[in-house]
Write a protein that binds this ligand. Structure first.
Ligand code: HEM
Ligand code: 2DC
Length: 469
């Protein structure tokens, strides 16, 4: 006997009161902890309505499997109103991130071939490897200048530059030079705009942007300025490549980057290409840099583990004889560390889909069209799903533990993260180079908590000490 939709536990009857409670609990920055609290109160499924947001929330991997089987041919996630409002307001096209239906599918299939297929992976590796080596050289310089044979710092700003340099070289086939001594103010402005864009998005998940716009709210203005800065900078990069291609279309056999490949392929309109390239460029900065920062933080807190991963890297370096693509296949523990980071510090607090058919989860009927959210952060910390969930243990991803629908940091299926291959390659190469050269230490064992600014980020700066080996 399946129980009806209306019997799912939770707070969904008084949406305005819920919005008020949410605000009182500082929900805008605490969404991840509130979800954990809700699962503890209501069990593995609950219904929720905050403002005009209605959803069913789930936490079990087996239920995630049911959800993704019902996502249909054009999987649709929660629409981030602030992002679509900006594009509508400025009359810009949606890219693959914001499109839906047929149009999304058409664009996504073409982008997949140039961004995420195994065929292009080999093109990215040498480009990203070079960026990793340059980063190491930069760190040596910083250590030298400190005069102490070590460097204690909040690495986030350096990591933002590393991430932007990496995603840019892949998209445009050219170096931006962000790891040189001179900091290009335009690039720095672009980085600042992305952070501001994320920060101003989260309150607008619950307060409709249209309303804020009418009220002339500061948050809406800041959001517009942030996206304007992002689009202007991306436009400059795109125009630059476009012009070069028209002047000298002759290829010299060198991989030209994602943008030039898409332009030459000529299967998407220029406007569609621009929209998605801008999203890729913007999506490629805070996501990977913060995941790397969390990973270094965890490795600094676990010196033995750091040593173990370093040994794996050194062995892989020898065995692969200089072939980086080969080497990346020989570092399972390193890959486990990245999965473990995303388990405890997922970029996305939840994954969501509008289901296209009726399903039954935890013995409740859920009708087609419902927004179902998998609480990714809550799942990562649930002891029913992971043994000793509070412990950072990369080896859990190698064997022993059940991995069914548990590694979902990049989402799932045809709508999963488009930047996944870029992100993974870039992060693996970074850690390989850094661990081959430096040891990472932390001053005091104070825990840094997660906070929500649309993506999950550290609540306060993480100070690390970098020492040459
Ligand atoms: C979508 C995570 C890095 C571009 C997503 C989604 C997640 C995610 C969870 C939603 C997937 C779903 O709904 O199933 C991450 C994580 C990253 C990362 C954890 C790094 C640690 C990147 C990078 C780029 C990027 C580097 C760009 C180069 C995108 C785009 C989408 C997306 C364009 C939307 C795809 C679509 O709607 O078809 N990402 N991401 N991400 N990500 Fe990432
Ligand atoms: C935020 O309740 C919380 O990868 C909301 O690179 C539900 C939600 C919907 C979509 C998610 C978002 C959350 C977090 C950030 C994500 C986004 C989809 C893509 C985006 C996960 C979980 C991200 C960071 C992209 C961003 C690209 C953009 C800058 C152009």
């Amino acid at each position: 006997t399946v129980r009806p939709f209306n019997e799912i536990p939770g707070l969904w009857k008084n949406s305005l009161a819920n919005l008020y409670t949410f605000w009182r609990m500082d929900g805008f920055r605490n969404i991840h902890r509130i979800m954990v609290h809700n699962f503890n109160t209501f069990g593995p499924i609950y219904r929720e309505k905050i403002g005009n947001h209605e959803s069913v929330n789930i936490i079990r991997p087996e239920d995630a499997a049911i959800l993704f089987k019902a996502e249909g041919h054009y999987p649709k996630r929660l629409r981030v109103e602030a992002w679509t409002s900006y594009r509508d307001y400025r009359n810009r096209k949606y890219g693959v991130l914001l499109k839906d239906g047929e149009d999304w599918k058409h664009n996504r299939i073409i982008l997949n071939r140039e961004v995420i297929s195994p065929k292009v992976q080999g093109n990215f590796v040498p480009l990203l490897d070079e960026v990793g080596q340059d980063f190491v050289a930069r760190v040596y310089k910083k250590i030298e200048r400190s005069g102490k044979n070590e460097w204690t710092t909040d690495l986030s700003h350096e990591l933002f530059k590393y991430a932007l340099e990496s995603v840019s070289v892949v998209l445009y086939g050219e170096r931006m030079g962000l790891l040189l001594d001179y900091i290009d103010p335009d690039a720095q402005h672009f980085i600042d705009c992305i952070t501001l864009m994320f920060k101003t998005t989260s309150p607008m998940l619950y307060l409709p942007p249209a309303l804020l716009r009418c009220l002339g709210a500061k948050i809406w203005k800041d959001h517009i300025d942030a996206w304007d800065g992002i689009f202007n900078q991306a436009d400059i990069c795109i125009q630059n490549i476009y012009r070069q291609l028209r002047k000298a279309p002759e290829a010299d056999g060198k991989y030209p980057g994602v943008l030039a490949s898409l332009l030459m392929l000529d299967k998407l309109s220029i406007e569609d290409i621009k929209a998605s390239i801008t999203e890729l460029m913007a999506g490629g900065v805070d996501t990977t840099s913060i995941t790397l920062l969390w990973t270094l933080y965890e490795l600094a807190r676990h010196p033995d583990l750091q040593e173990e991963i370093r040994a794996e890297i050194l062995a892989a370096r020898v065995a692969s004889k200089g072939d980086m693509v080969q080497m990346l296949k020989m570092v399972p523990l390193l890959k486990g560390a990245l999965k473990e980071t995303l388990r405890l510090h997922p970029v996305a607090v939840s994954l969501q889909r509008y289901i296209t058919e009726d399903i039954v989860i935890q013995n409740y009927h859920i009708p087609a069209g419902t927004l179902v959210q998998l609480g990714l952060y809550a799942m990562g910390r649930d002891h029913r799903v992971f043994t000793h969930p509070d412990q950072y243990r990369p080896s859990r991803w190698l064997r022993s533990e059940n991995r069914y629908f548990r590694s979902l940091g990049f989402g799932f299926g045809p709508r999963q993260c488009l930047g996944r291959r870029i992100a993974e390659t870039e992060m693996q190469l970074f850690l390989i180079h850094m661990l081959e050269n430096f040891r990472f230490e932390k001053q005091r064992q104070v825990e840094v908590r997660n906070t929500f600014e649309l993506i999950i980020i550290p609540e306060k700066p993480i100070m690390l000490t970098v020492k040459p080996l």
